[in-house]
Design a protein around this ligand. Structure first.
Ligand code: SF4
Length: 275
């Protein structure tokens, strides 16, 4: 019989809330076992017989996906792949840039991606050296393949809040991109500039002299992104600020979720390349 959180708590766990499993309560532990496959044997107060019986039940419900927290990345990738499934590789250079190459006797697209290249064939997307992209990278590239119009960037920059229907994502942009960049690079603008150049950014400070750092990235040929950074100043009482801006045409190439995934990937790369 499947084990729900309540079943585990009510019928199996000691209900002493001792915390020895690493969770503050037996209910919290039960929830993690059922929804995130946390090992039930981590409660040291269960007999081997009880653990074995529970593991058998849990294995069956995990296999059926019952009560499991959904794997959002996998779901997103599946959805994105479905969206791009009908596109023809040979149409892609006109719509999203890059060039056609031959891979294993079939057409593939070689597409510039930050400071490297990726290869898109009918089955998969990899870096040119064959290494894997993260699932979120694959999601926004699939969406770009499905949605990417042939529109070229106009050179008019928009912050996320100026792009229609992005209200729900503005806080995510602050929490997952801008604040982490400030934490990583406040007082270290040279390190930010250095990391940005290493991932293919171009210094645009002369175009935006009021910022301390202004870098143009081209993560995908038709999707430019501008990062501006103002360092904090204790004397004048200014806090550091980081802002991403996007070409006004971006929604012709990516949906809002993909804009977030791309922005988070940019933040990850900058932090990885920090000296
Ligand atoms: S170790 Fe066991 S008894 Fe203690 S809080 Fe965790 S689940 Fe409850």
């Amino acid at each position: 019989m499947p084990l729900s959180v309540v079943d585990l708590y009510r019928d199996i766990l000691p209900k002493t809330n001792c915390g020895d499993c690493g969770f503050p309560t037996c209910m919290a532990f039960a929830s993690m076992v059922v929804s995130e496959k946390h090992p039930i044997k981590n409660c040291p107060y269960l007999t081997e017989e009880v653990v074995n019986a529970c593991e058998k039940e849990l294995a069956e419900q995990y296999a059926a996906g019952k009560w499991l927290k959904r794997d959002m990345k996998e779901d997103a990738l599946k959805w994105a792949k479905e969206k791009s499934a009908s596109m023809d590789i040979e149409d892609l250079p006109d719509r999203i840039g890059g060039r056609l190459i031959e891979k294993d006797g079939k057409p593939a697209l070689e597409l510039p991606y930050f400071n490297e290249h990726i290869v898109i064939d009918a089955d998969r997307i990899t870096k040119k050296d064959g290494s894997e992209l993260t699932r979120y990278e694959q999601v926004f590239i699939h969406i770009h393949m499905a949605q990417g119009g042939s529109v070229l960037p106009s050179g008019k920059w928009r912050s996320l809040v100026e792009i229609p229907n992005t209200v729900s994502k503005v806080k995510s942009m602050v929490d997952h991109v801008e604040k982490p960049l400030i934490q990583a690079f406040e007082g270290k603008t040279e390190a930010l500039r250095g990391a940005a150049l290493k991932i293919g950014g171009i210094d645009k400070h002369s175009d935006f002299p009021t910022s301390d750092v202004a870098i143009l990235f081209t993560p995908l040929p038709r999707v430019p992104v501008m990062l501006m950074f103002w360092d904090g100043d204790d004397v004048d009482g200014f806090s550091a600020e980081a802002k991403l801006s996007f070409d006004e045409t971006i929604t012709q190439h990516l949906d809002i979720e993909s804009i977030m995934f791309l922005s988070e990937r940019l933040r990850e790369l900058l932090c990885e390349y920090e000296d």
